[in-house]
Design a protein. Structure first.
Length: 97
């Protein structure tokens, strides 16, 4: 393959990849910080967190990671305890979603 042809192919592939990223559905933005009735236990060095729903009603919550991907939204029932873990970034907060 000649250099101009290879360069054109690379440019086309890059443009297609960029278009695919732009058309992908955006991640759901985290809402406000969850209320205090969502108890939190966090061990930052182990990259683990636990939440317990003490709100008396189902709550929709997610783990927000600073400098990493947030976790998806979960519905937690009253009294339910969830375990969260992550590999990249650091604990940010538990948010409503």
């Amino acid at each position: 393959m000649r250099f101009p042809t290879a360069l054109a192919s690379l440019a086309t592939a890059t443009a297609m990849a960029a278009a695919a990223l732009m058309t992908a559905a955006p991640a759901q933005a985290a809402g406000p910080t969850a209320p205090a009735c969502i108890a939190r236990d966090v061990i930052k060095q182990d990259k683990k967190a636990w939440t317990t729903n003490n709100c008396g009603k189902p709550m929709h919550i997610q783990l927000v990671i600073d400098h990493g991907p947030d976790r998806k939204c979960w519905t937690t029932k009253p009294g339910e305890r969830l375990e969260w873990s992550w590999k990249l970034g650091s604990y940010g907060r538990i948010a409503l979603c």
